[in-house]
Design a protein around this ligand. Structure first.
Ligand SMILES: Nc1ncnc2c1ncn2[C@@H]1O[C@H](COP(=O)(O)OP(=O)(O)O)[C@@H](O)[C@H]1O
Ligand SMILES: [Mg+2]
Length: 385
């Protein structure tokens, strides 16, 4: 029997394009191949949004050397045939060849991928795919929607309000009135972005207005929320469909008033702690040195969020803890954690190879479950015409 074909889709029109290349090649393609169980096909979406597939796209040096553009100039973009499953159609002059895809492994961080767009296409294609589905991806990508769902499920979040950027431009008074009951310091964030882009922490109204202007420049929706004080930040990677389980509660290193920015997350000049390990994103304590009760409460809260939002396969739930009151607040969900947070799963006893195998199996299990649902309903509706 031939091996199932896994197509790993990565890159795309996103500020996290380059991070996606590393996640795809180092944390997904390599372990999938090491398992020896799959035929792995790379599908690279360039920054313009053109799709390519060639075995050479599995080689990280193509990207690190900068020769990717000249390589792609000589390649023909692929097309997809979708319907009862998905096929990649490759053209070479007049010749055409297609590869049937059994499972898609999305590795796209951020916009045009992790945000649900890709999942919608994969649902229409009727193909099994790894990770969060369309609705959970859409909800998780919007910090306000994720908090609203969490709140409705009784999970604590810091107090917040959200509004459209256009409301701020046309009716500043009303927006300020909405924000008034919140206590400073406040965090102002564009709801859809990651990597701390355009996020500010403010202490007074004039800084607040400036911060909203910045956020509104990047996004059509803005969230303003109270800062959690005496902050301990933790993050919990989770794996599973209906019966999810956490890996280790991890504590990223954040100093006092400071908060993560793009460089400290992804660049080697990131903040370091002596006892900390280098994780996928800068430095962290693994497992988080929390008292047992608080550790378990973090696991529990993260699992509740995962279930409330309907996450599938894998996601990472970020929490903010007030270390004085021991209250655990939900902050946000990442449906495609950088490098799959493989360092954390490894420490929890799941090797990178096992992790990707399990994710592929969860994708197949979910598709089988979905196929059992009735999608047709016979009626005499058409007969009346
Ligand atoms: N309500 C809050 N209270 C305290 N710190 C916060 C709060 N919201 C965000 N932060 C800090 O800002 C960082 C970035 O905010 P976050 O909502 O996680 O956005 P991003 O998508 O950029 O990761 C967090 O990791 C945390 O350090
Ligand atoms: Mg975050």
């Amino acid at each position: 029997m031939s091996k199932p074909t896994v197509a790993v889709i990565f890159g795309s029109r996103s500020t996290e394009h380059d991070v996606s290349i590393v996640t795809a090649i180092a944390s997904i393609i390599r372990p999938l191949e090491l398992s020896g169980k799959y035929s792995v096909v790379p599908v690279y979406i360039d920054k313009k949004g053109q799709w390519f597939s060639d075995p050479k796209l599995k080689d990280i040096s193509l990207y690190t050397s900068g020769s990717i553009d000249t390589f792609l100039d000589k390649q023909k973009p692929i097309s997809l045939r979708i319907g009862v499953g998905m096929e990649i159609v490759l053209r070479n002059g007049l010749k055409q060849r297609s590869i049937k895809v059994d499972i898609v492994f999305p590795a796209t961080h951020g916009t045009h991928g992790e945000d649900g767009e890709l999942m919608g296409m994969l649902e229409m294609a009727n193909v099994a795919y790894v990770g969060c589905d369309l609705p959970s991806s859409v909800i998780s990508m919007d910090k306000s929607l994720a908090k609203i769902i969490a709140q409705a499920a009784g999970i604590p979040t810091s107090r917040f309000v959200w509004f459209y950027a256009r409301d701020f431009k046309t009716n500043l008074e009303l927006v300020l009135e909405m924000i008034k009951p919140l206590k400073y310091p406040l965090f102002v964030k564009p709801v859809h972005l990651g990597s701390s882009i355009a996020i500010s922490r403010v202490n007074n109204e004039s800084d607040l207005i400036n911060a909203i202007e910045v956020a509104a420049h990047y996004d059509d929706k803005v969230i303003v929320e109270e800062a959690v004080t005496n902050l301990i930040e933790v993050t919990v990677p989770i794996i599973g469909n209906d019966d999810p389980r956490p890996a280790l509660v991890e504590q990223p290193m954040v100093k006092g008033e400071d908060f993560f920015d793009f460089d400290s997350k992804y660049m080697h000049g990131g903040k370091k702690g002596k006892s900390a390990k280098r994780g996928a994103q800068g430095y962290s304590k693994l497992p988080a040195p929390l008292p047992k009760k608080l550790y378990e409460k973090s696991e529990q809260t993260a699992l509740e969020v995962y279930k409330a939002i309907g996450c599938k396969g894998i996601a990472r739930v970020d929490l903010l803890i007030d270390s004085k009151t021991n209250k655990v607040y939900f902050n946000e969900v990442n449906t495609l954690p950088g490098s799959l947070y493989a360092h954390n799963f490894r420490e929890a006893g799941i090797s990178n190879v096992k992790l990707v195998e399990e994710l592929v199996n969860l994708a197949l299990e979910r598709r089988t479950g979905k196929q059992k649902l009735t999608t047709s309903f016979s009626t005499s509706y058409l007969k009346q015409y």
